[in-house]
Design a protein around this ligand. Structure first.
Ligand code: URA
Length: 424
């Protein structure tokens, strides 16, 4: 096989065979295919696409490029959860303790964030002492004993995806739905859960901006998961506004604690309850309403919060030492009216400029900075009312970015639904 022939094949919109896709992935990993050739091929895929069969072949080739974690020694049905990412998305840190305290084992491998805000692992690392580098043996032991462990994805899981993703990131080829689906699902399948729950986000703060694209991506990932014998479901959720009121690593840990104690942002709480209820229902094979009853009770009794504290302690974290910047600037409204939206992308940009995320893998994150929105969509504000608090570290920003995130008018518009639906 010759890579130039394969590039021409996709350029002219023809279908790859399983062998051809395997050749492409393996030869790129081995270095036989050069970055400039792979970039050209990825662009042809972005333009002409892969069909669902080719996407499965790609997923399998990336899955087979590395190790698979065997969770079969852990009793019970293990359900993994994955979000395609968004601004202020701290749901994993709320949902996992809820389900773990309800006897649903969760063995979670998470990533660091590249882009506007940190990923789950970065958020956990804002807790001094928290260890995310857990060996596979200890990972499995902890889940067996405590039903919960969160570790960072090892470099031996789907290494082909790592190399291809790094190239996509710098060649404008991230947004292909087939490439996204294969990238996410190869890692999900490698980490060994029996069932998978996906949270596919759409909106200005998400990977995909419109709902139709998110639904297509969700269908593709559900198809890949189910084809591998793993029951897979995907919620389609809105990411036009930040999720919750806190954006920034340590701030988000504070918000996790609020929600687990029955306080805080209603949308965030509702989404976490829904995600946790699906996970419990999938793991225990019970109906959604019964699962939701268990989830609500775990929040009411404090069991979910105790499980969160247990997780932090087990992995060496000191929850009382989380540091949030004390240099706080309040952003005040220059208009009176109803808040019709709070732009996720604007808040994310401001948070990134403060230092809460990284644009390259080498950047370091300032865990203590971020933004707290003080008003929600639908609220009425007067001129001079505080809209947000900005927690500043050593980088100053233009606070108008935060002010401009709030779209205020004298007409109250309907709030967009947070959860659009579920794909099974
Ligand atoms: N997250 C991934 O893991 N892969 C993608 O391609 C996009 C988001």
């Amino acid at each position: 096989m010759y890579i130039v022939d394969l590039i021409n094949k996709k350029r002219t919109n023809k279908k790859f065979s399983k062998e051809e896709i395997k050749y492409i992935v393996n030869s790129y990993v081995s270095g036989e295919i050069q970055d400039y050739q792979m970039s050209s091929l990825l662009m042809a895929i972005c333009i002409n696409g892969l069909d669902s069969e080719e996407t499965i072949y790609l997923t399998d080739a990336m899955l087979e490029s590395g190790d698979r974690i065997n969770l079969s020694s852990i009793p019970g049905i293990k359900v993994d959860k994955h979000s395609t990412g968004g601004v202020g998305d701290k749901t994993t840190l709320i949902v996992l303790p809820i389900v773990a305290c309800l006897n649903v084992p969760v063995a979670k491998m998470s990533g660091r964030g590249l882009g506007y805000t940190g990923g789950t692992i970065d958020k956990l690392e804002s807790i001094p002492g928290f260890n995310v580098n857990v060996s596979i043996d200890n990972f499995i032991k902890q889940v067996k004993k405590h039903n919960i462990c969160i570790g960072t994805t090892s470099s031996t899981i789907a290494p082909a995806d790592k190399k291809i993703y790094a190239l996509r990131d710098v060649t404008g080829t991230v947004s292909s739905k087939s490439l996204i689906a294969a990238s996410i699902m190869s890692k999900k399948l490698a980490t060994g859960a029996d069932k998978i729950l996906l949270d596919v986000k759409y909106g200005n703060g998400a990977l995909l901006n419109n709902m139709e694209d998110a639904v297509d991506l969700a269908k593709l990932m559900v198809y890949i998961g189910n084809s591998h014998g793993k029951e897979t479901r995907a919620l389609i959720t809105n990411m036009n506004c930040p999720l919750g009121n806190m954006v920034g690593n340590a701030l988000e840990i504070k918000e996790v604690i609020e929600i687990l104690n029955g306080r805080g942002n209603k949308d965030l709480r509702d989404l976490c309850i829904t995600l946790a209820s699906y996970m419990v229902s999938m793991s225990k094979n019970i109906d959604f309403m019964s699962a939701q009853g268990e989830v609500l009770s775990s929040l009411r009794t404090g069991a979910a919060y105790q499980k969160f504290l247990e997780l932090i302690k087990l992995q060496g974290g000191d929850i009382n030492s989380v540091k949030i910047s004390s240099n706080v600037i309040e952003v005040k409204s220059n208009k009176a009216g109803y808040i019709n939206s709070i732009s996720a992308i604007n808040i994310a940009e401001a948070a990134l400029k403060l230092g809460s995320g990284r644009m390259t893998k080498e950047d370091t994150i300032d865990m203590s900075v971020g933004i707290e929105t003080l008003k929600n969509v639908g609220d009425y504000v007067n001129i001079g009312d505080s809209l947000a608090r900005v927690y500043v570290g050593n980088k100053e920003i233009d606070y108008n970015i935060v002010l401009d995130a709030f779209k205020i008018s004298n007409i109250k518009t309907d709030k967009e639904p947070l959860i659009y639906g579920i794909i099974k």
